[in-house]
Design a protein around this ligand. Structure first.
Ligand code: UGA
Length: 346
């Protein structure tokens, strides 16, 4: 790969694995809007990206990384972004083996192919690799924080274990140009699914609370909703990717937290904020929208559920090395997401 990626260079093709997912669909649109690049996109699902299927700059392949021929094809391109993952905690317990295959075996095969071809592999990992953080843990620092997972019986950690092993594999693979992205609870339109409509099981908290609000059901606060997260707009996440593309070689062999530390809330506070945003969208009083109810993690998700109590990123490295700082406040991100959700599914 050249040391820099010129945004107006129409000879560049970027491979996007998982281009039809929540983050992938936003990144795909932004690449078409902000650059002259072509995209080779791979996904099993294309419902979020229908508007691009006829774009002459886009080649879409309905496939996944389980196919070695597909892996070989992807690795022909100079920049490969891998966003494919099973990343809903509802599945980590009952489908641990499949979660590990999808989050370790498949990315590992892609890394091997990129090491051979010389492609720059930008791998989406997770903030969950920081593990079982305590309520009083401080900011999580990419190259410093200690990592503790729960016991094997706490199968919640199957996903984080696979993701961390993938990170270690990339870092140890001779000749690979790699960058790791650790997302901190990205939110925005098209996140996850509405259970029973376009997916089954339990989506992540934004889609779950949005579903409850639209259906007039109670919002479930797992273990009282005391866990804290730093929710980050997907538009900030996309901006980070352009900072990364511009940084090129300077970002090789680095893992980056991508998050908005200013947006930290407990899940109980998130529920309250979403109730008030939804009431404003509907033009009704807050008392007229769904209330909350406390439920245990095991009752809600099943045996083996465990949690990180605080997940707050250090954002210093992304700012220092690639010049990125998240800007979008939580309320703005929730207004956009809930307006979209109510319109899309309402
Ligand atoms: C998940 C994934 O496991 C991570 O890999 C991913 O990076 C992260 O989402 C993300 O979106 O970035 P987590 O933050 O635990 O991790 O995801 P959620 O399922 O959205 O849960 C957040 C918190 O809300 C947890 O404490 C959970 O117990 C709670 N929750 C969730 C509720 O109280 N009610 C719900 O209906 C859903």
């Amino acid at each position: 790969m050249n040391s820099t990626l010129e945004f107006n260079d129409s000879s560049i093709t970027v491979a996007l694995v998982g281009c039809g997912g929540f983050i992938g669909s936003h990144l795909l649109r932004a690449i078409f809007e902000r650059t002259g690049w072509r995209v080779f996109g791979v996904d099993l699902d294309s419902y979020r990206i229908q508007e691009h299927l006829a774009n002459p700059r886009f080649e879409f392949l309905s496939a996944d990384l389980a196919d070695p021929e597909v892996v070989k094809r992807i690795a022909q391109y100079p920049v490969v972004v891998n966003l494919a993952a099973i990343c809903t905690p509802g599945r980590y317990m009952a489908e641990s083996a499949e979660v590990i295959r999808s989050n370790y075996d498949h990315p590992r095969a892609l890394a091997d192919a990129c090491a051979q071809s010389g492609s720059w592999l930008i791998h989406f990992s997770t903030s969950e690799i920081y593990g079982k953080t305590a309520a009083n843990s401080g900011a999580l620092v990419e190259d410093e924080s200690e990592i503790v997972f729960g016991p094997v019986a706490a199968s919640r950690w199957s996903y984080a274990t696979a993701k961390l092993l993938t990170e270690r594999y990339l870092a140890g693979l001779d000749g690979l140009h790699w960058t790791v992205v650790r997302p901190f609870n990205f939110v925005g339109p098209f996140m996850d699914f509405m259970p029973g409509v376009d997916g089954d099981g339990i989506p992540r908290v934004l889609a779950n609370f949005s579903t409850a609000l639209v259906r007039g059901e109670t919002l479930k606060l797992v273990n009282g909703g005391v866990a804290k997260r730093c929710f980050t707009s997907v538009h900030d996440a996309v901006d980070f990717m352009f900072c990364l593309f511009a940084a090129g070689e300077c970002a090789f062999s680095q893992a980056f937290n991508v998050g908005n530390a200013a947006n930290e809330v407990s899940i109980a506070e998130l529920a309250q904020l979403m109730r008030s945003v939804y009431a404003a969208i509907k033009g009704v009083h807050e008392n007229e929208v769904s209330g909350v109810e406390v439920i245990s993690g095991e009752e809600y998700y099943g045996k083996g559920y465990d949690d990180s109590l605080r997940r707050m990123p250090s954002v210093e490295k992304a700012e220092r090395l690639v010049g990125f700082k998240a800007k979008i406040p939580l309320k703005t991100a929730l207004e956009e997401s809930l307006t979209w959700f109510a319109h899309h599914y309402g």
